[in-house]
Design a protein around this ligand. Structure first.
Ligand SMILES: *Cc1c(COP(=O)(O)O)cnc(C)c1O
Length: 385
């Protein structure tokens, strides 16, 4: 049996160990230190934003962003339904209500029309939403021009969930830098990783300072431990930030490789009826193609569904994964309002993420290709990787 081919696994660049070693040698084995400072600087520089705060997870970054926007129990927050649960959980930690917004056909991300409908409908009920959380799924930028215009028109702040989209850009501006806040994740399966971790970014240094304050137990200035606000223990370890420093050095290479894998899949599957890809709608969109995502329409694919495809790949020890199940269909969230027309439901029914890790070898890709061709009964042809 071929060794397991993962959807997306950690891919170290080489310098990570050196920075981790430095943390040990200087005994900065703590949730602060030079690696944290340098990692934060490199993130802020890369995104061209005022500041970044390195945290224990992307989920923690979302939680702090909501707190910094003053979201409280009973408030409403607009959030893309087609996402991972971590985009929504922190809204509920605060006792606020998520209001789910459907996706649109091109980017698969938040539909500006459904967003506007949701805002108008909530305003008519006397509820003004406290924040908008668009998500850049699988690295694909959402329609940020329209979403930012709507947010500005109604004066509602944006928290960009860019957990999957580090390295992507829209109109040559980095994803994560459009909102009042941007959220990044360095979980083990993301485009770069610190094994686990995240960051909150913002153009406002004051907000970043506050996020560090809240993330280190909200300790007031005093020789003793004095607290006038609820605090959290959300800071990133200086050891892990060392991994992050090394990973930032290879981020652009990782993006290149993921984009090359995406282009390669398009060639492999170009003659397969019923198969389509999540695709950049125009030149202004630059996805990091964290994961290559396809739709399989069984009406056109001789009855092959995304689930038969997933099981056939699994039999060959190749991991693939259904698209995110929309949050408005999740038992834990289905009581909350939803605005949309079923676009994300169809994506969920027909979609699959294919192995996309930047450490896939040419042999791995050749093997995946052979399996895909067999499943779809296609003839082999030479494709350059
Ligand atoms: C991974 C992810 C998160 C959460 O990040 P963690 O670092 O795992 O807490 C949030 N939103 C989306 C869309 C994600 O994919």
């Amino acid at each position: 049996m071929h060794t397991k081919i993962w959807l997306s696994s950690p891919h170290m660049g080489g310098n990570e160990m050196r920075y981790v070693q430095e943390a040990f040698e200087s005994n900065w084995v703590a949730p602060l230190g030079p690696n944290v400072d340098e990692f934060e600087k490199s993130i802020a520089k890369y995104l061209n934003v005022g500041g970044a705060s390195a945290l224990s997870a992307g989920t923690a970054a979302l939680h702090l962003a909501l707190i910094l926007l003053g979201v409280k129990s009973g408030d409403e927050v607009l959030v893309q339904s087609f996402t991972f649960s971590a985009s929504v959980n922190p809204i509920c930690y605060l006792g606020a209500t998520p209001v789910f917004v459907d996706s649109e056909e091109d980017t698969w991300n938040m539909c500006p029309k459904a967003l506007e409908k949701a805002i108008e409908s909530r305003l008519a009920k006397g509820m003004k939403p406290k924040a908008i959380i668009p998500v850049h799924l699988y690295g694909m930028p959402a329609r940020m021009e329209e979403i930012c215009a709507i947010a500005k028109h109604y004066s509602i702040p944006i928290i960009e969930d860019a957990a999957e989209a580090l390295g992507a850009s829209y109109k040559n501006k980095k994803i994560g830098s459009f909102g009042d806040f941007g959220v990044l994740s360095f979980n083990g399966n993301k485009i770069i990783t610190t094994s686990g971790g995240g960051a909150l970014v913002s153009d406002a240094p004051e907000l970043i300072r506050k996020s560090r304050f809240l993330a280190t137990q909200a300790r007031d200035e005093a020789p003793h431990y004095q607290h006038s606000q609820l605090g959290y223990n959300y800071r990133m370890s200086n050891v892990l930030a060392g991994i992050g420093r090394g990973q930032m050095e290879v981020l652009d290479e990782r993006v290149k490789k993921r984009r090359r894998i995406n282009a390669w899949y398009r060639e492999v599957l170009q003659d397969v009826p019923g198969v389509s890809f999540q695709t950049e709608p125009g030149d202004e969109y630059f996805s990091n193609f964290w994961l290559t995502a396809i739709l399989v329409d069984p009406e056109d694919s001789n009855g092959i569904t995304c689930e038969t495809l997933r099981l056939a790949l699994l039999k060959e020890n190749i991991e693939s994964r259904p698209l995110w199940k929309p949050m408005h269909l999740q038992p834990v969230f289905q009581r909350f309002p939803f605005f949309g027309t079923g676009v994300s439901e169809r994506f969920f029914e027909q979609g699959l993420c294919l192995p996309s890790g930047s450490n896939l070898s040419d042999e791995d890709l050749e093997f995946i290709k052979r399996v895909l061709l067999k499943i779809f009964h296609l003839k082999n042809k030479a494709i350059l990787t």
